[in-house]
Ligand binder design. Structure first.
Ligand SMILES: CC(C)=CCC/C(C)=C/CC/C(C)=C/CC/C(C)=C/COP(=O)(O)O
Length: 265
């Protein structure tokens, strides 16, 4: 509104902030906005001596000054969605790189939980040395920990997979309808760090392991399964999981029962 009434309304909103409200941002209460107040204008009787109004429920407020962190997160999210859409070049058969889709799906299977779990169990059953069994037992523990943590975070965050994803994945768990974090990216980082630390490999093979992890992560975005941030956080989580496994390293000294039980198989 124009004139003194309008100016007074503006001042009263700034100076009579309710003590319970966030002091870092000016909140405009919906019921006090000029739109809602149209009937009660001008505020001649509502002077500064009047007691501050009681805070309204959260849903009745509007942030005029979102925090720097909020703006940064929203911007990151917008860039994430835009970049992920641009990189999703194998999301469908008719996409620009649609002919590469079968290769990307082969990569997908190379990082799937089932081949890794079954492969580890098979090697454990064939291993005839204590040292080999110890490493494989820890790899099994790492893979199971990974499945558990990823399922937990996916269930908590519940971020939907990108709209351009086709849900045609090989055996999934119910939480795999969610995309944050990428289970393939966590496994890629975890398993490659594990292999690099526990297998003696020639340099070209070590490079190949790192390349596999990186390309597997990239293929998740190219297939349209994930946004870039799902994969980036997946790599971080998988890398950290290895540190947890290394810290809790199972051995015949700290987990004798586990090793004895396995030996009786
Ligand atoms: C064999 C043993 C000891 C236990 C089995 C444990 C178990 C529940 C295995 C399930 C494996 C499974 C179906 C994993 C899902 C892998 C997957 C599709 C992840 C999704 O990856 P994302 O990158 O799309 O997030």
């Amino acid at each position: 509104g124009g004139g003194g009434g309008g100016r007074f309304e503006f001042q009263s909103l700034l100076s009579s902030r309710a003590p319970g409200l966030d002091p870092t941002c000016t909140r405009l209460r919906a019921s006090e906005s000029p739109v809602h107040r149209r009937g009660s204008f001008p505020l001649a009787g509502a002077g500064p001596s009047q007691a501050p109004p009681a805070p309204l429920p959260e849903e009745d407020r509007m942030d005029l000054n979102p925090s720097f962190l909020g703006i940064a997160l929203r911007s990151l999210l917008a860039i994430d969605l835009w970049l992920s859409k641009k990189l999703g070049v194998c999301a469908g058969e008719s996409s620009s790189w649609g002919s590469m889709r079968p290769l990307m799906k082969l990569l997908e299977i190379s990082g799937h939980g089932i081949p890794w779990l079954l492969g580890t169990l098979y090697c454990l059953s064939r291993s005839d040395s204590w040292a080999g069994r110890e490493v494989l037992m820890n790899l099994l523990f790492a893979l199971l920990l990974d499945l558990l943590l990823v399922a937990l975070i996916k269930g908590l965050v519940r971020r939907r997979r990108p709209a351009h994803n086709q849900m045609d994945m090989f055996v999934t768990l119910s939480v795999d309808k969610y995309s944050f974090p990428s289970g393939h990216a966590t496994r890629a980082a975890l398993v490659s760090r594990f292999i690099l630390n526990h297998l003696v490999l020639a340099i070209p093979l070590r490079v190949l392991v790192v390349l596999w992890a990186f390309i597997l992560g990239l293929s998740r975005v190219m297939l349209g399964r994930h946004n870039v941030t799902d994969v980036a956080f997946g790599f971080f989580l998988g890398y950290t999981q290895y540190s947890i496994v290394d810290y809790c390293w199972l051995s015949p000294h700290n987990a004798p029962v586990l090793f004895l039980l396995w030996n009786q198989q």
